[in-house]
Design a protein around this ligand. Structure first.
Ligand code: PLP
Length: 435
Protein backbone atom coordinates (compact mmCIF):
# COMPACT_ATOMS: atom_id res chain seq x y z
CA UNK A 1 0.00 0.00 0.00
CA UNK A 2 1.03 3.64 0.16
CA UNK A 3 2.74 5.70 2.83
CA UNK A 4 2.73 4.58 6.49
CA UNK A 5 -0.47 6.23 7.76
CA UNK A 6 0.75 7.62 11.11
CA UNK A 7 4.55 7.64 11.42
CA UNK A 8 4.17 9.99 14.43
CA UNK A 9 2.20 7.40 16.47
CA UNK A 10 3.76 5.32 19.24
CA UNK A 11 5.78 2.22 18.34
CA UNK A 12 2.97 0.03 19.69
CA UNK A 13 0.36 1.78 17.54
CA UNK A 14 2.62 1.75 14.49
CA UNK A 15 3.25 -1.98 14.82
CA UNK A 16 -0.48 -2.71 15.01
CA UNK A 17 -1.28 -0.38 12.12
CA UNK A 18 1.42 -2.07 10.03
CA UNK A 19 0.05 -5.53 10.89
CA UNK A 20 -3.49 -4.55 9.81
CA UNK A 21 -2.24 -2.72 6.73
CA UNK A 22 -0.24 -5.78 5.63
CA UNK A 23 -3.36 -7.97 5.87
CA UNK A 24 -5.28 -5.43 3.74
CA UNK A 25 -2.53 -4.98 1.17
CA UNK A 26 -3.86 -5.11 -2.37
CA UNK A 27 -7.52 -5.30 -1.28
CA UNK A 28 -9.64 -4.85 -4.38
CA UNK A 29 -12.50 -2.32 -4.17
CA UNK A 30 -15.03 -5.07 -4.86
CA UNK A 31 -13.89 -6.87 -1.70
CA UNK A 32 -14.21 -3.87 0.62
CA UNK A 33 -17.83 -4.49 1.61
CA UNK A 34 -17.10 -8.11 2.50
CA UNK A 35 -14.03 -7.08 4.50
CA UNK A 36 -16.03 -4.49 6.40
CA UNK A 37 -18.79 -7.02 7.10
CA UNK A 38 -16.25 -9.50 8.48
CA UNK A 39 -14.86 -6.85 10.83
CA UNK A 40 -18.36 -5.98 12.05
CA UNK A 41 -19.20 -9.65 12.58
CA UNK A 42 -16.07 -10.18 14.71
CA UNK A 43 -16.82 -7.04 16.68
CA UNK A 44 -20.41 -8.11 17.33
CA UNK A 45 -19.40 -11.62 18.35
CA UNK A 46 -16.95 -10.26 20.89
CA UNK A 47 -19.22 -7.71 22.52
CA UNK A 48 -22.77 -8.81 21.79
CA UNK A 49 -22.42 -12.57 22.17
CA UNK A 50 -19.32 -13.82 23.96
CA UNK A 51 -17.47 -11.23 26.03
CA UNK A 52 -18.16 -9.75 29.44
CA UNK A 53 -18.11 -5.98 29.04
CA UNK A 54 -17.18 -4.16 32.22
CA UNK A 55 -15.80 -1.11 30.43
CA UNK A 56 -17.36 1.78 32.35
CA UNK A 57 -17.82 4.18 29.45
CA UNK A 58 -20.09 2.21 27.15
CA UNK A 59 -23.57 0.72 26.96
CA UNK A 60 -26.04 -0.95 24.64
CA UNK A 61 -29.01 1.02 23.39
CA UNK A 62 -32.39 -0.48 24.19
CA UNK A 63 -34.31 -2.29 21.42
CA UNK A 64 -36.76 0.63 21.24
CA UNK A 65 -33.95 3.19 20.90
CA UNK A 66 -32.28 1.04 18.24
CA UNK A 67 -35.54 0.69 16.35
CA UNK A 68 -35.71 4.46 15.79
CA UNK A 69 -32.05 4.84 14.78
CA UNK A 70 -32.07 5.75 11.12
CA UNK A 71 -28.82 6.25 9.20
CA UNK A 72 -30.67 8.08 6.42
CA UNK A 73 -31.66 10.80 8.89
CA UNK A 74 -28.11 11.00 10.23
CA UNK A 75 -26.66 11.50 6.78
CA UNK A 76 -29.13 14.24 5.81
CA UNK A 77 -27.86 17.68 6.75
CA UNK A 78 -29.89 19.82 9.14
CA UNK A 79 -28.69 23.29 10.04
CA UNK A 80 -30.29 25.99 12.13
CA UNK A 81 -33.34 26.33 14.34
CA UNK A 82 -36.78 24.89 13.54
CA UNK A 83 -38.72 27.37 11.40
CA UNK A 84 -35.56 28.83 9.88
CA UNK A 85 -33.53 25.89 8.65
CA UNK A 86 -30.97 26.52 6.00
CA UNK A 87 -32.60 23.59 4.16
CA UNK A 88 -36.32 23.32 3.37
CA UNK A 89 -38.48 20.29 4.01
CA UNK A 90 -37.01 19.29 7.37
CA UNK A 91 -40.02 20.28 9.47
CA UNK A 92 -40.88 16.68 10.44
CA UNK A 93 -37.59 16.72 12.39
CA UNK A 94 -38.78 19.79 14.31
CA UNK A 95 -40.69 17.40 16.57
CA UNK A 96 -37.40 15.75 17.53
CA UNK A 97 -35.60 19.07 17.93
CA UNK A 98 -38.21 20.43 20.32
CA UNK A 99 -39.02 17.19 22.16
CA UNK A 100 -35.50 15.90 22.83
CA UNK A 101 -34.00 18.91 24.65
CA UNK A 102 -37.23 19.26 26.62
CA UNK A 103 -37.05 15.65 27.83
CA UNK A 104 -33.34 15.87 28.63
CA UNK A 105 -33.68 19.19 30.47
CA UNK A 106 -36.53 17.76 32.53
CA UNK A 107 -34.49 14.70 33.46
CA UNK A 108 -31.46 16.59 34.74
CA UNK A 109 -33.48 19.32 36.44
CA UNK A 110 -32.49 22.13 34.08
CA UNK A 111 -34.46 24.76 32.20
CA UNK A 112 -32.28 24.49 29.11
CA UNK A 113 -30.54 21.61 27.34
CA UNK A 114 -28.42 21.90 24.21
CA UNK A 115 -28.29 18.47 22.55
CA UNK A 116 -26.63 19.16 19.20
CA UNK A 117 -22.98 18.55 20.20
CA UNK A 118 -21.69 15.35 18.69
CA UNK A 119 -19.74 14.38 21.81
CA UNK A 120 -19.14 15.46 25.40
CA UNK A 121 -15.70 16.63 24.36
CA UNK A 122 -17.32 19.02 21.88
CA UNK A 123 -19.85 20.03 24.55
CA UNK A 124 -16.97 20.85 26.91
CA UNK A 125 -15.20 22.78 24.17
CA UNK A 126 -18.43 24.75 23.65
CA UNK A 127 -18.48 25.58 27.37
CA UNK A 128 -14.87 26.74 27.24
CA UNK A 129 -15.64 28.74 24.10
CA UNK A 130 -18.64 30.44 25.69
CA UNK A 131 -17.30 31.10 29.16
CA UNK A 132 -13.56 31.68 28.79
CA UNK A 133 -11.15 33.61 26.60
CA UNK A 134 -7.74 32.40 25.41
CA UNK A 135 -5.19 32.89 28.18
CA UNK A 136 -7.76 32.35 30.95
CA UNK A 137 -7.18 29.73 33.63
CA UNK A 138 -9.46 26.77 34.30
CA UNK A 139 -9.11 24.42 37.27
CA UNK A 140 -9.79 20.72 36.76
CA UNK A 141 -9.46 17.39 38.52
CA UNK A 142 -5.98 15.85 38.28
CA UNK A 143 -5.75 13.01 35.76
CA UNK A 144 -4.94 10.53 38.51
CA UNK A 145 -8.28 11.49 40.07
CA UNK A 146 -10.26 10.85 36.90
CA UNK A 147 -9.87 14.27 35.28
CA UNK A 148 -10.73 13.63 31.62
CA UNK A 149 -8.60 14.52 28.58
CA UNK A 150 -11.28 17.03 27.56
CA UNK A 151 -10.49 18.91 30.79
CA UNK A 152 -6.72 18.95 30.28
CA UNK A 153 -4.32 20.95 28.18
CA UNK A 154 -3.74 18.14 25.62
CA UNK A 155 -7.49 18.23 24.92
CA UNK A 156 -10.16 20.85 24.35
CA UNK A 157 -8.79 23.47 26.81
CA UNK A 158 -5.56 23.49 24.82
CA UNK A 159 -7.56 24.13 21.65
CA UNK A 160 -9.09 27.15 23.40
CA UNK A 161 -5.64 28.33 24.54
CA UNK A 162 -6.45 27.98 28.23
CA UNK A 163 -4.08 27.60 31.14
CA UNK A 164 -5.06 24.45 33.02
CA UNK A 165 -4.32 23.91 36.71
CA UNK A 166 -5.12 20.86 38.84
CA UNK A 167 -7.57 21.31 41.71
CA UNK A 168 -6.28 20.36 45.16
CA UNK A 169 -7.44 16.81 45.84
CA UNK A 170 -8.21 14.98 49.07
CA UNK A 171 -7.32 11.33 48.51
CA UNK A 172 -9.15 10.09 51.61
CA UNK A 173 -12.36 11.94 50.70
CA UNK A 174 -12.25 10.88 47.01
CA UNK A 175 -13.03 14.52 46.27
CA UNK A 176 -11.70 18.04 45.88
CA UNK A 177 -9.80 19.17 49.00
CA UNK A 178 -12.37 21.53 50.51
CA UNK A 179 -9.95 23.04 53.04
CA UNK A 180 -7.40 23.94 50.41
CA UNK A 181 -9.93 25.07 47.80
CA UNK A 182 -10.55 28.74 48.79
CA UNK A 183 -6.83 29.56 49.03
CA UNK A 184 -6.17 27.73 45.76
CA UNK A 185 -8.92 29.66 43.95
CA UNK A 186 -7.67 32.98 45.34
CA UNK A 187 -4.15 32.22 44.11
CA UNK A 188 -5.00 30.77 40.67
CA UNK A 189 -8.09 32.86 39.80
CA UNK A 190 -9.70 30.35 37.39
CA UNK A 191 -12.62 31.48 35.23
CA UNK A 192 -14.11 28.02 35.31
CA UNK A 193 -13.84 25.07 37.67
CA UNK A 194 -14.53 21.61 36.22
CA UNK A 195 -15.52 18.63 38.36
CA UNK A 196 -17.09 15.30 37.42
CA UNK A 197 -14.56 12.56 36.82
CA UNK A 198 -14.14 9.55 34.59
CA UNK A 199 -13.95 7.47 37.76
CA UNK A 200 -16.43 8.56 40.39
CA UNK A 201 -17.15 6.19 43.25
CA UNK A 202 -18.73 8.75 45.56
CA UNK A 203 -20.59 11.99 44.89
CA UNK A 204 -18.71 15.28 44.82
CA UNK A 205 -19.60 17.65 47.66
CA UNK A 206 -21.05 20.00 45.08
CA UNK A 207 -22.68 22.49 47.47
CA UNK A 208 -19.42 23.17 49.32
CA UNK A 209 -17.38 23.32 46.11
CA UNK A 210 -19.98 25.60 44.49
CA UNK A 211 -19.91 28.02 47.43
CA UNK A 212 -16.13 28.40 47.22
CA UNK A 213 -16.24 28.73 43.43
CA UNK A 214 -18.94 31.40 43.64
CA UNK A 215 -16.91 33.32 46.25
CA UNK A 216 -14.00 33.31 43.82
CA UNK A 217 -16.22 34.67 41.03
CA UNK A 218 -15.83 31.56 38.86
CA UNK A 219 -18.34 29.26 37.17
CA UNK A 220 -18.73 25.61 38.21
CA UNK A 221 -19.09 22.99 35.45
CA UNK A 222 -20.01 19.43 36.44
CA UNK A 223 -19.15 16.93 33.70
CA UNK A 224 -21.50 14.01 34.33
CA UNK A 225 -20.38 12.02 31.29
CA UNK A 226 -20.14 8.82 33.29
CA UNK A 227 -22.86 9.57 35.83
CA UNK A 228 -25.56 10.87 33.47
CA UNK A 229 -27.72 7.76 33.62
CA UNK A 230 -27.78 7.91 37.41
CA UNK A 231 -28.20 11.68 37.57
CA UNK A 232 -31.07 11.56 35.06
CA UNK A 233 -32.77 8.91 37.19
CA UNK A 234 -32.46 11.11 40.27
CA UNK A 235 -29.75 8.92 41.78
CA UNK A 236 -26.14 9.60 42.85
CA UNK A 237 -26.44 13.40 42.87
CA UNK A 238 -28.28 16.34 41.26
CA UNK A 239 -25.39 18.61 40.25
CA UNK A 240 -27.46 21.59 39.09
CA UNK A 241 -29.75 21.57 42.13
CA UNK A 242 -26.68 21.25 44.37
CA UNK A 243 -25.02 24.35 42.91
CA UNK A 244 -23.21 23.64 39.64
CA UNK A 245 -24.14 26.22 37.01
CA UNK A 246 -23.47 24.06 33.98
CA UNK A 247 -23.80 20.31 33.42
CA UNK A 248 -22.30 18.45 30.47
CA UNK A 249 -22.40 14.77 29.65
CA UNK A 250 -21.99 12.00 27.10
CA UNK A 251 -25.24 10.37 26.04
CA UNK A 252 -23.84 6.91 25.31
CA UNK A 253 -22.28 5.89 28.64
CA UNK A 254 -24.52 5.17 31.64
CA UNK A 255 -27.25 7.23 29.96
CA UNK A 256 -27.51 4.42 27.42
CA UNK A 257 -28.37 6.44 24.32
CA UNK A 258 -26.66 7.14 21.00
CA UNK A 259 -23.27 8.90 20.93
CA UNK A 260 -23.48 12.62 21.60
CA UNK A 261 -23.01 15.39 24.12
CA UNK A 262 -25.38 17.53 26.18
CA UNK A 263 -24.97 20.90 27.86
CA UNK A 264 -27.62 21.83 30.44
CA UNK A 265 -28.12 24.85 32.64
CA UNK A 266 -30.81 26.73 34.51
CA UNK A 267 -29.44 30.17 33.74
CA UNK A 268 -30.97 31.80 30.64
CA UNK A 269 -28.01 34.11 30.02
CA UNK A 270 -25.54 31.22 30.22
CA UNK A 271 -27.84 29.05 28.10
CA UNK A 272 -27.83 31.60 25.30
CA UNK A 273 -24.03 31.85 25.26
CA UNK A 274 -23.56 28.07 25.52
CA UNK A 275 -26.04 27.38 22.76
CA UNK A 276 -24.41 29.94 20.46
CA UNK A 277 -21.06 28.24 21.02
CA UNK A 278 -22.59 24.97 19.76
CA UNK A 279 -24.52 26.57 16.89
CA UNK A 280 -23.32 28.42 14.92
CA UNK A 281 -20.00 28.21 16.81
CA UNK A 282 -18.78 24.64 16.66
CA UNK A 283 -21.48 22.88 14.66
CA UNK A 284 -23.12 23.71 11.35
CA UNK A 285 -25.09 20.73 10.12
CA UNK A 286 -25.49 18.23 12.88
CA UNK A 287 -26.61 14.62 13.15
CA UNK A 288 -30.35 14.95 13.75
CA UNK A 289 -30.62 11.17 13.50
CA UNK A 290 -29.24 10.93 17.03
CA UNK A 291 -32.22 12.76 18.47
CA UNK A 292 -34.76 9.99 17.92
CA UNK A 293 -32.93 7.32 19.97
CA UNK A 294 -31.92 10.00 22.47
CA UNK A 295 -35.55 10.97 23.05
CA UNK A 296 -36.61 7.33 23.37
CA UNK A 297 -33.77 6.65 25.83
CA UNK A 298 -34.78 9.69 27.91
CA UNK A 299 -38.40 8.52 27.99
CA UNK A 300 -37.27 5.07 29.12
CA UNK A 301 -35.31 6.57 32.00
CA UNK A 302 -38.42 8.52 33.04
CA UNK A 303 -40.65 5.48 32.79
CA UNK A 304 -38.56 3.04 34.81
CA UNK A 305 -38.55 5.16 37.96
CA UNK A 306 -34.86 4.68 38.67
CA UNK A 307 -34.96 0.87 38.57
CA UNK A 308 -32.10 0.57 36.05
CA UNK A 309 -29.91 3.06 37.92
CA UNK A 310 -30.56 1.28 41.22
CA UNK A 311 -29.74 -2.07 39.62
CA UNK A 312 -26.45 -0.66 38.29
CA UNK A 313 -25.41 0.58 41.74
CA UNK A 314 -26.47 -2.66 43.46
CA UNK A 315 -24.55 -4.64 40.84
CA UNK A 316 -21.45 -2.51 41.36
CA UNK A 317 -21.53 -3.11 45.11
CA UNK A 318 -22.05 -6.85 44.58
CA UNK A 319 -19.21 -7.01 42.05
CA UNK A 320 -16.88 -5.02 44.32
CA UNK A 321 -17.60 -7.27 47.30
CA UNK A 322 -17.09 -10.39 45.18
CA UNK A 323 -13.78 -9.07 43.83
CA UNK A 324 -12.60 -8.34 47.37
CA UNK A 325 -13.63 -11.85 48.47
CA UNK A 326 -11.55 -13.24 45.62
CA UNK A 327 -8.50 -11.37 46.92
CA UNK A 328 -8.43 -8.19 44.85
CA UNK A 329 -7.67 -4.81 46.43
CA UNK A 330 -10.89 -2.89 45.82
CA UNK A 331 -11.06 0.88 46.35
CA UNK A 332 -13.49 2.43 48.80
CA UNK A 333 -13.90 -0.73 50.91
CA UNK A 334 -14.40 1.32 54.10
CA UNK A 335 -17.26 3.25 52.48
CA UNK A 336 -19.13 0.35 50.93
CA UNK A 337 -16.98 0.43 47.76
CA UNK A 338 -19.15 2.70 45.63
CA UNK A 339 -22.26 4.85 45.40
CA UNK A 340 -22.27 4.67 41.60
CA UNK A 341 -22.04 1.99 38.92
CA UNK A 342 -18.23 2.29 39.01
CA UNK A 343 -15.81 -0.01 40.82
CA UNK A 344 -12.04 0.51 41.05
CA UNK A 345 -9.42 -2.15 41.68
CA UNK A 346 -5.85 -1.28 42.64
CA UNK A 347 -3.79 -3.37 40.22
CA UNK A 348 -0.32 -2.35 41.42
CA UNK A 349 0.32 -5.89 42.67
CA UNK A 350 -0.91 -7.29 39.34
CA UNK A 351 1.69 -5.50 37.24
CA UNK A 352 -0.36 -2.30 36.84
CA UNK A 353 -3.65 -1.42 35.17
CA UNK A 354 -2.61 -1.81 31.53
CA UNK A 355 -1.07 -5.26 31.95
CA UNK A 356 -4.10 -6.50 33.89
CA UNK A 357 -6.46 -5.04 31.30
CA UNK A 358 -4.60 -6.87 28.54
CA UNK A 359 -4.72 -10.23 30.29
CA UNK A 360 -8.43 -9.86 31.01
CA UNK A 361 -9.10 -9.01 27.37
CA UNK A 362 -7.44 -12.28 26.34
CA UNK A 363 -9.91 -13.93 28.68
CA UNK A 364 -12.91 -12.18 27.12
CA UNK A 365 -13.39 -9.64 29.94
CA UNK A 366 -13.24 -6.05 28.69
CA UNK A 367 -12.52 -2.99 30.84
CA UNK A 368 -9.92 -0.24 31.11
CA UNK A 369 -6.96 0.84 33.14
CA UNK A 370 -7.23 4.12 35.01
CA UNK A 371 -5.16 6.31 37.30
CA UNK A 372 -5.95 6.17 40.99
CA UNK A 373 -5.75 9.22 43.26
CA UNK A 374 -3.07 7.66 45.48
CA UNK A 375 -0.64 6.78 42.71
CA UNK A 376 2.73 8.50 42.63
CA UNK A 377 3.42 11.30 40.13
CA UNK A 378 4.57 9.72 36.87
CA UNK A 379 3.43 6.24 37.91
CA UNK A 380 1.55 4.48 35.09
CA UNK A 381 -2.18 3.92 35.66
CA UNK A 382 -2.32 1.58 38.60
CA UNK A 383 -6.06 0.94 38.62
CA UNK A 384 -8.69 -1.04 36.79
CA UNK A 385 -12.03 0.70 36.30
CA UNK A 386 -15.16 -1.40 36.01
CA UNK A 387 -18.74 -0.31 35.30
CA UNK A 388 -21.92 -2.35 35.58
CA UNK A 389 -24.15 -0.34 33.23
CA UNK A 390 -23.77 -2.76 30.32
CA UNK A 391 -23.85 -6.08 32.17
CA UNK A 392 -27.07 -5.00 33.92
CA UNK A 393 -28.67 -4.38 30.53
CA UNK A 394 -27.43 -7.77 29.40
CA UNK A 395 -29.25 -9.39 32.31
CA UNK A 396 -26.37 -10.17 34.70
CA UNK A 397 -27.56 -10.75 38.27
CA UNK A 398 -25.40 -10.28 41.39
CA UNK A 399 -24.75 -14.06 41.29
CA UNK A 400 -23.52 -13.77 37.70
CA UNK A 401 -21.18 -11.03 38.88
CA UNK A 402 -19.78 -13.39 41.50
CA UNK A 403 -18.96 -15.80 38.68
CA UNK A 404 -17.45 -12.89 36.76
CA UNK A 405 -15.26 -11.95 39.75
CA UNK A 406 -14.15 -15.57 39.98
CA UNK A 407 -13.20 -15.66 36.30
CA UNK A 408 -11.21 -12.44 36.75
CA UNK A 409 -9.41 -13.93 39.75
CA UNK A 410 -8.71 -17.13 37.80
CA UNK A 411 -6.84 -15.08 35.22
CA UNK A 412 -5.18 -12.43 37.35
CA UNK A 413 -4.65 -14.13 40.72
CA UNK A 414 -4.51 -17.85 39.98
CA UNK A 415 -2.68 -17.93 36.68
CA UNK A 416 -5.43 -19.69 34.70
CA UNK A 417 -5.09 -20.00 30.94
CA UNK A 418 -6.93 -17.00 29.43
CA UNK A 419 -8.29 -19.14 26.58
CA UNK A 420 -10.05 -21.44 29.05
CA UNK A 421 -11.49 -18.50 30.95
CA UNK A 422 -12.61 -16.98 27.68
CA UNK A 423 -14.71 -20.06 26.97
CA UNK A 424 -16.22 -19.86 30.44
CA UNK A 425 -17.04 -16.18 29.89
CA UNK A 426 -18.77 -16.99 26.60
CA UNK A 427 -20.64 -19.80 28.35
CA UNK A 428 -21.88 -17.41 31.02
CA UNK A 429 -23.07 -14.96 28.38
CA UNK A 430 -24.93 -17.78 26.60
CA UNK A 431 -26.54 -18.97 29.79
CA UNK A 432 -27.73 -15.45 30.68
CA UNK A 433 -29.05 -14.79 27.18
CA UNK A 434 -31.03 -18.03 27.27
CA UNK A 435 -32.94 -17.18 30.48
C1 PLP B 1 -15.93 10.03 28.43
C2 PLP B 1 -15.80 11.41 28.99
C3 PLP B 1 -15.86 12.52 28.15
C4 PLP B 1 -15.82 12.39 26.65
O1 PLP B 1 -17.00 12.04 26.11
P1 PLP B 1 -17.14 11.90 24.52
O2 PLP B 1 -18.62 11.96 24.32
O3 PLP B 1 -16.52 10.61 24.18
O4 PLP B 1 -16.41 13.06 23.91
C5 PLP B 1 -15.87 13.77 28.71
N1 PLP B 1 -15.77 13.93 30.04
C6 PLP B 1 -15.66 12.89 30.89
C7 PLP B 1 -15.57 13.14 32.35
C8 PLP B 1 -15.66 11.60 30.38
O5 PLP B 1 -15.52 10.56 31.20
Amino acid sequence: MSEEPAPWASSVARARIAEVAAALDGLAPERVTETVRDALRDHARRFDAEGIVLYAGTNVMSPAARSVSEPLVSSRPSMGWPGEKYQSGLDALDTLEVLTPKLIAGLVGARFAEVRSHSATMANLAVYTALTAPGDTIAVLPERAGGHTSHHAVGAPGVRGLRVVDLPYDVDAYDVDLDALPGFLAAERPRLVVIGASLLLFPHRVAEIAAAVADAGAVLLYDASHMAGLVAAGRFQRPLAEGAQVLTFSTYKSFGGPPGGVIATDDPALAERLSAAVFPGLTANYDAGRLAPLAVTAAEIMADGGAYADACVAAARALAAALQDEGFTVAGADRGFTDSHHVAVDAAALGGGSAAMGRLAEAGVYLSAIGLPWQAPGEPDRGLRLGTQEVVRRGFTPDDLKVTARLMADVLLRGADPATVREAAAGLRQEIAAR
